[in-house]
Design a binder for this molecule. Structure first.
Ligand SMILES: Cc1ncc(C[n+]2csc(CCOP(=O)(O)OP(=O)(O)O)c2C)c(N)n1
Ligand code: SF4
Ligand SMILES: [Mg+2]
Length: 267
């Protein structure tokens, strides 16, 4: 019987004409080890990868210094071919401020989570932003303290089930979520604020442009720059891995809306 296809037929015993892509082929040059220990379906590796690719594309690798907060993403500090400093919970913007002031020629950025930045160190980022520090802060926002087991943070959306809000976040008991990007966009001293997400290929591409703009802001000395990136955390959301991108779309993104909130090229 003839096969039902209009496509050119390849003999089943022919070897492929080009080698199959290995996962490692896609690893950005600045990641030393192509493996990580984060959960399957986690959004943080995608966000980290986008930041590292941008640093390489901007050719600032030799003068890039990262300051990490404490969360699941901290595991990457061992994998990167970039200078990394480790800050105490929430203090990364202050440490980054010191580095940038001491070495104005460097490109300094923080990597923090919503728990680290909005719960445990909120004043640090607000003051760094208001001072117009020429640093770039990235917040990986999954709406939970992922590393410690999926507890409620200040960005958890109403109704979201977490380890300590089993029936969903209730505003009468837990209060309302803080939209940090919106707060920062209000501050003088801030040149660029955007919120991206990594739940679809389109959003990953959009987020990468935001990361690029944020670094560009720093390179031109236009004050503080900030990108919040919504990331999947199927483990801390207590859902199936495959459902996490849609969960982000249906629950987190309607509250923490994706888009550029402030862009002042002449700042
Ligand atoms: C002062 C202090 N309190 C608590 C902890 C425990 N702790 C480690 S990671 C973490 C949660 C971090 O959450 P987030 O920044 O949102 O990162 P995620 O794990 O979600 O990526 C906490 C509470 C700590 N290390 N230090
Ligand atoms: S707990 Fe969440 S944030 Fe942490 S590695 Fe797993 S999926 Fe990622
Ligand atoms: Mg988190």
């Amino acid at each position: 019987m003839k096969p039902r296809t209009h496509l050119p037929l390849i003999a089943t015993d022919d070897p492929p004409s080009s080698p199959a892509h290995l996962v490692d082929d896609f690893t950005p040059a600045l990641i030393d080890v192509g493996e990580h220990h984060l959960c399957p379906g986690c959004g943080e590796p995608i966000a980290m990868r986008s930041v590292l690719e941008t640093i390489a594309e901007l050719a600032v690798v030799q003068r890039a210094i990262a300051v990490f907060g404490i969360g699941c993403y901290t595991a990457f500090s061992n994998n990167l071919d970039v200078e990394v400093l480790q800050a105490l919970h929430g203090r990364a913007p202050s440490l980054a401020t010191g580095v940038k002031r001491a070495r104005p020629d460097t490109v300094v950025f923080t990597v923090q989570g919503d728990g680290d930045m909005v719960n445990e160190g909120l004043q640090e980022v607000i003051h760094a932003a208001a001072r117009g520090e020429r640093i770039t802060c990235f917040m990986l926002d999954n709406g939970v303290f992922g590393e410690t087991g999926g507890h409620l943070t200040a960005t958890t959306v109403l109704g979201q089930r977490t380890k300590n809000s089993l029936d969903g976040r209730d505003p009468d008991v837990h209060g309302y979520p803080i939209r940090l990007s919106n707060l920062l966009a209000e501050l003088d001293g801030v040149g660029y604020v955007a919120r991206g997400a990594v739940n679809t290929a389109g959003n990953v591409a959009k987020t990468k442009r935001m990361i690029h703009q944020a670094f560009d802001n720093q390179l031109h000395g236009r004050g503080f720059s900030f990108v919040e990136i919504l990331t999947m955390c199927p483990t801390g959301w207590f859902i199936e891995t495959r459902d996490a991108p849609d969960y982000l779309r249906d629950h987190l993104a309607p509250v923490h809306e994706v888009g550029v909130l402030k862009h002042e090229p002449g700042h």
